[in-house]
Design a protein around this ligand. Structure first.
Ligand code: UDP
Ligand code: MG
Length: 348
């Protein structure tokens, strides 16, 4: 079934969401890059910086930037919630017709956003950035990422595009669909792929990080991969079921052999086979219980129904429809230089 593309005009407001965790070294360079980018745009933009519990001067620099430019908005989360939650917070607060997710470390070039907007105007609801080159990233990261996307596509989510991170543009209707999905275990790339609507990719070269170090060490990547696998399919449960089935067959075969040996009086040999079956069946059992535990744990956490993130302060965030209309028209909303507001809980 082909996509039905309905061409649309430029967005009346483009929101760019940038999660930041300990990015004090990248922020001045990001600011210079964003300033140049905003000048090159023929449509109004807002930038939503989300400070994800940084322990350095990230929030201070972000707040100063908000003070100098009303198009820059900032959310300060109450602690570090993780990249996927920081992005979720940004999505909830963004007012644009189209939304772009991009990292703070300038690995993804801002110039690609122009190409994304072109595809948006052609009628695509999701335009993903597909990496053709990943410079400055370790071999281990490249290999694990290569395997991850291919395994995910084969076993869990066929529609997941290859070599695509969170750098993407989404239309308002896609964002509204995404906002209804409040699951705690979030793998946004997969969730967006699941939503559907016309989706496409633009290819680009990923640069090395401009400053600082990665905030996604192997441990966090493994956790995200596990979330991705477990939250999109019950396949691991099924595999463990078949594994246990296979072990049962082996055990039955060994039991018959042991019985025959007993009846024919040859009972002493057979210790090795006994040990092998015992070890294998125990291992299979432990794996099956482990996989089950992974799902039960996720159900337990999901059952608590906690908010996905908490916002401590906001800067330049339009709290009223009037403010949002002014922002769309490219004007400066009324008020002081920057408006620190307190939002105790996640917005509905
Ligand atoms: N990030 C975040 N919270 C975290 C970890 C990362 O908001 O707990 C942000 C980080 O500041 C950056 C983006 O997410 O803007 C991607 O992180 P990073 O560049 O370290 O990941 P990598 O590109 O190495 O996978
Ligand atoms: Mg990065």
């Amino acid at each position: 079934m082909g996509n039905v593309l309905k061409p649309r005009p430029n967005p009346s407001l483009l929101s760019i969401i940038i999660p930041c965790c300990n990015e004090e070294e990248s922020l001045p360079l990001l600011r210079a890059e964003v300033t140049g980018f905003l000048e090159s745009c023929s449509w109004p933009c807002e930038i939503v910086l989300v400070n994800d519990g940084s322990s350095d001067r990230t929030m201070e620099l972000a707040a100063a930037w908000c003070g100098a430019d009303r198009r820059i908005k900032a959310l300060n989360l109450s602690r570090n919630f993780g990249h996927q939650y920081a992005v979720t917070a940004g999505i909830d607060y963004a007012a644009g017709d189209a939304i772009v997710l991009i990292d703070a470390d300038l690995q993804d070039p801002f110039a690609v956003i122009h190409e994304m907007v072109d595809r948006y105007r052609e009628g695509y609801d999701v335009v993903c950035g597909q990496r053709i080159v990943r410079s400055g990233e370790g071999t281990l990261k490249k290999i694990t990422a290569w395997f991850f996307y291919r395994m995910m596509r084969v076993f869990f989510l066929k529609s997941l595009p290859k070599d695509v991170g969170d750098f993407r543009l989404m239309s308002r209707r896609c964002v509204e669909s995404l906002r209804t999905m409040r699951e705690l275990h979030r793998f946004l790339r997969g969730m967006v792929a699941w939503i559907g609507y016309p989706q496409t990719c633009v290819r680009y070269e990923r640069n090395p990080r401009v400053a600082g170090t990665t905030k996604y060490p192997l441990r966090k990547m493994i956790r995200l991969a596990l979330t991705a696998a477990v939250s999109f399919s019950a396949l691991p449960l099924r595999i463990s079921f078949f594994g246990a089935g296979l072990m049962t067959c082996v055990a039955v075969e060994e039991a018959i052999r042991a019985l025959i040996a007993h009846l024919s009086g040859k009972t002493v040999p057979g210790w090795t086979s006994l040990m092998v079956v015992l070890c294998l069946s125990n291992a299979a059992l432990m794996v099956a219980v482990g996989i089950l535990g992974e799902y039960v744990g996720k159900i337990y956490e999901e059952g608590k129904g906690r908010p996905l993130y908490l916002v401590a302060d906001t800067w330049n965030v339009a709290e009223t429809d009037d403010d949002r209309e002014l922002a769309k028209a490219g004007s400066t909303p009324k008020g002081s230089e920057w408006i620190p507001t307190f939002v105790g809980i996640e917005r509905p």
